[in-house]
Design a protein around this ligand. Structure first.
Ligand SMILES: Nc1ncnc2c1ncn2[C@@H]1O[C@H](COP(=O)(O)OP(=O)(O)OP(=O)(O)O)[C@@H](O)[C@H]1O
Ligand SMILES: [Mg+2]
Length: 271
């Protein structure tokens, strides 16, 4: 009982999909944290240029799933590959930008915005030496998130939402082909959400493949091609983004259907 929406990109045919190399491929992915199974057989394929939202209640395994994709959580079963290469052999990390879920822990290191964003460019800089192009990419990333006038400020003097923008600029500095962001909108005010949505729009227009962990589709909703919903470490929906998920995405509801227009786009999964 899924629904198609008009703003989606044209469907590729099955033969197109099999010819096209997936950017992310998870096959039967299983992972445990402590003694607890957290991913219980996840299948997820994301092809080039797709923008996929990963949704689900707190603790459903979203962060663990994206962390397994970048090798921070080892799989106990199944396979993960990036750009067609099994993760254990994957070395082209400059192709991947990752924004971790924000934590409240302060780093204690008084780095400036420019220093933190520059760290995201290290994978591109040859021998750690920044060329003019590297410096320009760093400045562009800082500018994209609207912090150009603060570039010399220490990051520990920033608000949570501004800090989040710095993490996003750090991921963008390497000009990645694949951008993975874990709840970039969490704790960010509406103005900052708009900045982030615009930043994302530019990345998507440039052809970047995006995997976004979200609680609410919100400002980025028009950019989303596909939504994948996790529950208890399993995929319970993979298809068109729900027009309004509302209460229906909460545990016990696995159907998705259109709602009356004017209803706010909320997944209702935040609490
Ligand atoms: N380091 C850890 N050790 C043990 N269990 C963990 C650890 N990290 C997470 N978990 C557990 O794994 C499960 C999935 O966590 P995960 O962070 O992937 O969920 P999530 O969907 O990202 O949730 P949220 O929406 O709160 O960010 C949760 O039950 C969590 O308690
Ligand atoms: Mg999480």
């Amino acid at each position: 009982m899924t629904t198609t929406t008009t703003q989606r990109r044209p469907e590729t045919t099955v033969s197109d999909r099999t010819m096209e190399q997936p950017v992310i491929s998870l096959r039967g992915a299983r992972a445990s944290l402590g003694s607890r199974p957290v991913l219980r057989g996840i299948d997820l394929t994301i092809t080039s240029g797709e923008v996929v939202a990963l949704l689900g209640a707190n603790g459903s395994g979203k962060s663990t799933a994206v962390r397994s994709v970048i090798g921070q959580v080892p799989l106990t079963g199944g396979e993960v590959s990036l750009f067609g290469t099994p993760l254990r052999r994957f070395r082209q990390w400059h192709r991947v930008g990752y924004v971790p879920q924000r934590t409240t822990a302060a780093s204690g290191v008084p780095a400036t915005i420019r220093e933190v964003v520059s760290s995201g460019r290290l994978s591109r800089a040859r021998f750690g030496l920044f060329s003019r192009a590297d410096r320009a990419a760093v400045d562009r990333a800082i500018d994209l998130v609207g912090l150009a006038d603060r570039a010399g400020d220490p990051v520990d003097a920033l608000s949570g939402g501004q800090h989040q923008r710095v993490l996003i600029a750090r991921a963008l500095a390497a000009e990645p082909e694949l951008l993975i962001m874990d709840e970039p909108m969490a704790g960010v005010d509406l103005a900052s959400q708009e900045v982030l949505a615009e930043t994302l729009r530019e990345q998507v227009a440039a052809g970047t493949t995006v995997l976004l962990v979200l609680h609410e589709l919100g400002a980025v909703e028009p950019l989303i091609d596909r939504a994948v919903v996790l529950r208890d470490g399993c995929v319970v929906h993979d298809g068109p983004p729900p027009e309004a998920v509302g209460q229906h995405a909460l545990p016990g509801h696995d159907h998705v259907h259109p709602h009356a227009t004017g209803e706010p786009l909320r997944t209702g999964l935040l609490t």
